[in-house]
Design a protein around this ligand. Structure first.
Ligand SMILES: Nc1ncnc2c1ncn2[C@@H]1O[C@H](COP(=O)(O)OP(=O)(O)OP(=O)(O)O)[C@@H](O)[C@H]1O
Length: 248
């Protein structure tokens, strides 16, 4: 029992993954402790989103292990992972012809308690007054920032233990990003662990406790956000894809 409680929210070990004949991940691994906020950073195309796909169950790795709350989830379906407390914010995907409320309600599909889903949809809309004002509007008519809010609100509807977010700063005005970050911070204070893939170093390091840097499908550095933030030269080298000898 106590072992289960002490287990990390997420532990990913030695993941190798390929698209057809092209290998993209070469033994990538990371850990998100319970209650922790962690960033996965790195230059374009190094495999960050691919690792998230493996974590979410959208892609089978060639080898390696994904543990959710200490339990081997590598062979689980995406749905089973959601039921185990994982919620993923991926891009701005939504059913365009459905309203904001219907999109949110649909996302609670894994939860049999429909009353709870209805209440948490309303709770999520309370967090985003902008979305609430557009609750009956088709998702296709939302602005980019509003769609990101919808993506985050959808993830919250499942009351996740672990929230995985892919690049929420992409293409959004700084003020919108600031609001989303504040929301993620509040969720984390309520106990949700967070894994954030983010290209904007400023956004990532001002939010998280710890960061991993990926390069060519491998983790090449792992550091507390405060230590990294104090060393802009090192960040520059890492984010330019410069190889740094030490890891961890
Ligand atoms: N569906 C796919 N089929 C084939 N190759 C893919 C596919 N998706 C991604 N790739 C390739 O895999 C590599 C890693 O892509 P991935 O999207 O994981 O990187 P990333 O680090 O998230 O990049 P970015 O920061 O630009 O989003 C890239 O070379 C990309 O072109």
């Amino acid at each position: 029992m106590s072992e289960r409680r002490a287990a990390p929210a997420l532990a990913v070990e030695e993941i190798r993954a390929s698209y057809g004949p092209v290998q993209v991940l070469f033994g990538a691994g990371l850990v998100v402790e319970k209650g922790e906020m962690v960033a996965l950073m790195g230059p374009n195309g190094v495999g960050k989103s691919t690792l998230l796909r493996v974590i979410g169950g959208l892609m089978r790795p060639d080898s390696g292990t994904v543990r959710i709350g200490g339990i081997d989830a590598t062979s689980w379906s995406p749905r089973k992972r959601v039921e185990a407390g994982l919620s993923q914010v991926v891009g701005q995907s939504a059913f365009g012809s459905l309203s904001v409320v219907d999109n949110l309600t649909m996302h609670g599909y894994a939860n049999a308690d429909k009353k709870w889903v209805r209440e948490s949809v309303e709770a999520a809309l309370m967090i985003f007054p902008r979305l609430n004002a557009r609750r009956n509007q088709p998702a296709a008519t939302l602005s980019g920032g509003e769609r990101q809010m919808l993506a985050l609100a959808k993830a919250i509807v499942n009351d996740p233990e672990l929230l995985v977010i892919d690049e929420f700063s992409l293409g959004l005005a700084p003020v919108v990003v600031g609001g989303l970050m504040e929301l993620v911070r509040r969720l984390n204070e309520r106990g949700t662990s967070v894994l954030l893939v983010e290209q904007s170093v400023n956004v990532a390091l001002s939010l998280v406790h710890r960061a991993y840097v990926m390069e060519k499908g491998e983790i090449i550095a792992e550091e507390s956000a405060a230590v990294l933030a104090a060393d802009p030269e090192r960040i520059r080298t890492l984010m330019l894809g410069g190889h740094v000898a030490e890891a961890g």
